[in-house]
Design a protein around this ligand. Structure first.
Ligand code: DX5
Ligand code: ZN
Length: 211
């Protein structure tokens, strides 16, 4: 499995040290939650934060855009150092144009579905995406509880996209329930509060990566 700790739950006053801790623990992706206060109620941060941490980390930067008009900002996030840019089915941007804009930068593209959005809405874009992000909470806040009704969506995504494809699950995942999304076919697990909210970040990341 690939662990993608979400910096949404990090203490930004020591972000460099905390990102280094999860990288050293073996986490491969760094999940970066961008919120605009419009597509979701919260505002998190934008491209300048990514530019700053890009200088200090070799992890795969997995940028999750919870914003209404992702197309308008793809260039900014690509230039800031994103390796993967994911946006939501149901945003205001044209999905094809946005995927094309991401791939034009030579980086990976992903689509995300909230719990109430059918997984099949991603299927027509199979040839243009590298990742399917199944939200296991409603996008917008860290620290929510895993919604088990999404399990069958994870299975459907894995069945449709095949074995060599990132199926990422995001929200409410802890070391003691990680086996659930994994058993339904996820290979990338996002964890915010369970990693960056833990007293020992390195130990928390290692607990996820242990068998
Ligand atoms: C929610 C974000 C998540 C969040 C996960 O809108 O997309 O990535 O940071 O946080 P936890 O792991 O605390 O549910
Ligand atoms: Zn996320």
């Amino acid at each position: 499995m690939i662990l993608a700790p979400s910096i949404l739950s990090a203490d930004f006053s020591h972000l460099r040290e905390d990102v280094a801790a999860v990288e050293q623990a073996g986490a491969q992706y760094l999940h970066i939650d961008v919120m605009d206060g419009h597509f979701v109620p919260n505002i998190s941060f934008g491209a300048p934060i990514i530019t700053s941490i890009r200088k200090q980390s070799n992890m795969v930067f997995d940028v999750h855009l919870m914003i209404s008009d992702p197309l308008r900002y793809i260039d900014d996030f690509a230039k800031a150092g994103a390796d993967i840019i994911t946006f939501h089915i149901g945003c205001d941007s044209d999905v094809d144009k946005t995927l094309d804009a991401i791939r034009a930068h030579g980086i990976r593209a992903g689509l995300a579905v909230n719990p109430d959005v059918p997984v099949e809405t991603m299927f027509p874009y199979k040839d243009k995406i590298d990742m399917a992000l199944i939200m296991s909470v409603y996008a917008g806040f860290g620290g929510q509880s895993y919604i088990p009704e999404v399990n069958e969506k994870i299975r459907a995504a894995r069945d449709f996209f095949g074995p060599d494809f990132d199926v990422e699950v995001d929200g409410g995942i802890k070391p003691d329930n990680k086996h659930i999304p994994l058993s339904f076919g996820a290979n990338v697990l996002v964890a915010g509060s369970a990693v960056f909210g833990a007293p020992d970040i390195t130990a928390a990341a290692k607990a996820f990566l242990a068998e």
